[in-house]
Design a protein around this ligand. Structure first.
Ligand SMILES: Cc1ncc(COP(=O)(O)O)c(C=O)c1O
Length: 404
């Protein structure tokens, strides 16, 4: 493992230079390297065809590129036991499972109490069909409580669906243990990988979830996602959308679905997105996932330590650098999180996110109106983290003076 050459990496991201911005909103959307942008451009400038339908040369060329991208993405996640289904994003991937699996009246679904709305609302929506949803209460220090999960598991639990790395505070849940324990009770497991994919090394063969979701736009890729489904579950999972490309035959009163990923990819697809997603995997692999993980941990440790020294800055959620990566969330006493975010943007072009981060349930449970979230990635430097600390100190001082 080596440390990242951030200066070299930054040259791959044109927006950084063009806008002179300190971009710390990566949990929402990451920037894209020119390698990914070029791959997307290749499709629009040099191909523009559709895949899997026509027989002409352009289409054949695209078939090869799409097959290569699919293979690259599967390899990146070590997902050869899985079908890879392209989706719009993680939200669509989770909905594919929520409305594609058969959840009978009375069956139970368990999540954590710190889910993004995308991994909460679909399950709450199923309550109208008699499905019961339960949330594992976090321990007092905000860690996932395996003991509580153990107590909640029984034969009626059909699915445990939890976030891998939380978008609230960067806390990495013990996914391996959650999966093993849930499987012992016969429950299937969905891991929401929106914040882990592209930030830590994800090896699906080792991790062994039944479903795993990815948002490529949070990992240097275009706005596209995917759902990995264990091959043996493809038969059981019904498509969310029906249409062209999903069937081997139709008559005026019947249709035969193709029983692989094609069943779920109805209509023409985002070919540029798929190719760009493959290129994002190539890019991240070249930088090295372990290096990225280590870099994010160094920045987390630095930020947590610095914020702990500013009196009226309060860290939000988990902030143990050993268990968190990519995100530090905080509040400045006496100021609303949106005001802090606007001040950071105005004062020094620092882009962060503020509010409830689509995790209203967690903020409501913890009686917090929101927080400021700094989320960083492979191109963020220690200098940028120092700049954030400097600006936050100044704002904290202003807040302190207002109080007096
Ligand atoms: C943990 C988590 N899950 C799900 C989502 C939803 O992702 P998308 O908007 O790509 O569907 C997000 C987005 O921020 C997220 O952070």
């Amino acid at each position: 493992m080596r440390s990242l050459n951030v200066a070299t990496i930054r040259r791959d991201f044109p927006v950084l230079e063009e806008k002179g911005i300190i971009y710390l909103d990566n949990a929402c959307m990451t920037l894209r390297p020119k390698q990914v942008i070029d791959a997307i451009k290749w499709y629009y400038e040099n191909n523009c065809a559709c895949s899997g339908r026509s027989l002409h040369k352009l289409s054949e060329e695209l078939n090869e590129s799409i097959a290569l991208a699919r293979e690259t993405i599967k390899k990146f996640f070590n997902a050869h036991n899985y079908e890879l289904i392209f989706t719009k994003n993680t939200t669509e991937a989770i909905n594919t499972v929520a409305f594609g699996m058969e959840f009978k009246r009375g069956t139970k679904i368990i999540t954590s109490d710190r889910e993004h709305n995308s991994n909460l609302v679909p399950w709450l929506a199923l309550q109208s069909a008699g499905v019961k949803h339960f949330a594992v209460p976090s321990a007092e220090n905000f860690e996932f409580d395996l003991e509580s999960l153990h107590k909640m598991l029984d034969n009626n639990v059909k699915l445990v669906s939890v976030v891998h790395i939380s978008n609230i505070d960067g806390y990495r849940l013990p996914a391996e243990e959650i999966i093993k324990l849930s499987h012992d009770f016969g429950a299937k497991v969905l891991i929401d990988g929106a914040q882990s994919a592209g930030h830590i090394k994800v090896d699906l063969k080792k991790l062994d979830p039944d479903f795993f979701t990815v948002s490529a736009h949070k990992a240097c890729g275009p706005i596209i996602g995917c759902l990995f489904v264990k091959k043996e579950l493809v038969d059981e999972l019904k498509p969310l959308i029906y249409g062209g490309g999903t069937v081997s035959n139709t008559t005026l009163n019947s249709f035969e679905l193709i029983n692989d990923y094609r069943k779920f990819e109805a209509g023409l697809q985002d070919y540029a997105g798929i190719i760009g997603f493959g290129e994002a995997c190539n890019y991240l692999k070249k930088v090295g996932m372990k290096n990225i993980e280590k870099h994010e941990k160094v920045l987390t440790a630095k930020l947590v330590k610095a914020f702990a020294n500013i009196d009226n800055v309060k860290l939000v959620g988990m902030h143990n650098p050993k268990k968190c990566s990519g995100i530090v969330s905080f509040n400045i006493e006496g100021l609303a999180s949106h005001d802090v975010a606007l001040m950071l943007d105005e004062a020094r072009n620092i882009a962060v996110r503020s509010g409830k981060h689509c995790a209203h349930a967690w903020f409501n449970k913890n009686r917090l109106p929101g927080c400021v979230r700094a989320s960083y990635y492979l191109y963020n430097s220690l200098g940028e983290i120092n700049a954030l600390v400097e600006e936050v100190s100044k704002i904290a001082e202003i807040a302190e003076n207002i109080k007096k």
